[in-house]
Design a protein around this ligand. Sequence first.
Ligand SMILES: Nc1nc2c(ncn2[C@@H]2O[C@H](COP(=O)(O)OP(=O)(O)OP(=O)(O)O)[C@@H](O)[C@H]2O)c(=O)[nH]1
Ligand SMILES: [Mg+2]
Length: 698
Amino acid sequence: MKKIKVAMVGQPNVGKSSIINSISDARLHVGNFAGVTVEKKEVLIKRGDKEIDIVDLPGIYSLNAYTPEEQVAKRYLIEEDYDILVNVVDANVLQRNLIFTMQLLDMGKKMILVVNMIDELEKAGGKIDDKRLSELLGIPVVLASAKEKRGVENIVEKILELYDAPKPKRKIYYNEKIEYEIEKLKKILLKSPHFHDPELARFYVIRLLEKDEDIYKIVHDLPIFLELHEVLGESIKRLKLEFDEDSVSDILADERNSLAKSIVMQSMIMPQKETLTDRIDKILIHPVFGLPIFLFFMWTLFQLTFQVGSIPMEYIDQVFTNFGDWLKNILPQGDLNSVITEGVVPAVGAIVMFLPNILILFLGINLLEQTGYMARAAFLLDGFLKKFGLQGKAFIPLVSGFGCTVPAYMAARTLKNPKDRLITMLVLGFMNCSARLPVYVLLIAAFFPAHNAGNVLFVIYIGGALLGLLVAKILRELLFKGEPEPFVMEMPPYRFPSLKALAMELWIKAKIFIKKAGTFIAAAAMIVWFLSSYPKNPELLAEYEARIEAAVSESQKKALYNELAAKELESSYLGKIGKFIEPVFEPLGFDWRLSVATISGLAAKEVIVSTLATLYAVGEADETSSTLRAKLAQSVDFKTAVALIVIIMIYSPCVAAMSTFYAEIPQWAWRGFYTVYPNVLAWLAAFTVYKILEFVGL
Ligand SMILES: Nc1nc2c(ncn2[C@@H]2O[C@H](COP(=O)(O)OP(=O)(O)OP(=O)(O)O)[C@@H](O)[C@H]2O)c(=O)[nH]1
Ligand SMILES: [Mg+2]
């Protein structure tokens, strides 16, 4: 079967990923702000006897790629082998997008232009003549709307057509003075046996004139470089003089700009209305009301997360309890029975209970991403963030951090300046991820009055964020002297999120969450159960059996049972590990069980809940089953609970997040710093809070 390799490329937020989703059954992440895709993704589609392998690239503003995610796209474009380039542009900002199209045309590849979001343009009264546009550019043009699935199948048709057809002739040329120099340099380059394709040579020459370092590095090692280098220098000098500019890059930028302008003038009717977006923005980014409105949205989100999310909780809990009881009866007595009914089922149940809370939180984050409000919030908070040495654009990875720290670290790729990026990544862990939500909800429900629960949750999240800002400030002052880079953020138009897409995203999140509970968390629970049940202690058992035998009353018997269970737990492997680490946490009032649970959170934050569920289930075998929440409230005091919350807010994120950080940041010194400092800080903060609470007598 023939395989056609297609690279999807264009500026950020033009709908590349959406188009791929609409022509395949892929579920690439989309969002209404620049920088959603930060790593290349491949999707395979079949049409007839042909396979098309489409590569979704991160959005890129120009070939002078600055940020790591732009580098991913650029490197792919110049280093990889592909048959067809599909350049996606946004119909609403066609002229600006076409400037980049000109750069892509320099590459001399087979190329298709997809003008997306045509629905929005038409709604605003604009129009594009695709035939004319195609004539002017000399490549096939498709008008499309990924949202309405219009024209998307045409893209596939054009890809198939173009694959079999010869490469169309170049139509776009620059000013003849520039072309003259290009021609001269091209001849030299073509003397080298490495270059057969004149179009590729032309592209290299243009990039060399623009002082593209990536291309420079490739050519530098060729024997022809010596000859080329001299002539190149003269050409650059001459062009700068003739055009009276500081660099050839500037000259070409002007050229591309005016080409784009004239092309748009000949092929497009512009809309002329005040858009709905303008009107909404008058309120939402109002200089005075903007921020309070933003805070109100956030507060509402956490209220809903707690209050609405807690409604189905008891039903889910009941389902798992019943399921556990049922299994207990049908499975043969023994270790298998215990590990499943005392280890796995309660642990998984304790986690799955929080699915509704998590979904509401994700719904909030998703709305932020899909409507276009994210870019506004970044804009509103820019001034505030700058005071703390962070860039406004850092807002996007920071908010993603409320969902999951792993993609948030990746999202930090959109920050251009390495210092800004590193600071952002170092404090990202303080944005409480959704895996920590179950732990908070459990602890809040156990230790705070119900009417305040939503507020406490809000304070935890805002508190984490503020702490992150404070640490960013300190890092900026001590280690990264200087100002954060100023940024220009694009304000996409507001878009009504597609309900189907929203439901799909939530469904995917729910599946991931349940899968994690059923595999990773279940496995962790098994380990915890094993470590807490072995080694068996026959002497202890014999001793207590004798005493229970001799007991006179039922209540005395029960007390002895509980004592036995507690002693058995203490002499288990886990008990020994717990005792070993207990001294570290003792000043915070933690017993060994809380200590173990805290450490287990490094595997995944939900494991804290499942570990607590296992450790606090022991010794209650024949009492009326009270909930984990009630057991915690009984055996942990308030200030210890608060100290635990503080620890969880600050200490290292899970191993998955940590390994993502290591993958993104190659310097060992920073990796080391990142691994140690949150834990030290967490302990100190928890200790301070504990002492304050003790002092005020709580
Ligand atoms: N109205 C309308 N909205 C669209 C269309 N295509 C995409 N969108 C929306 O535009 C936004 C951007 O879409 P993405 O597919 O994430 O864009 P992208 O080009 O992959 O962006 P990056 O990954 O950041 O480079 C999302 O909110 C989409 O729902 C379209 O044809 N019409
Ligand atoms: Mg994308």
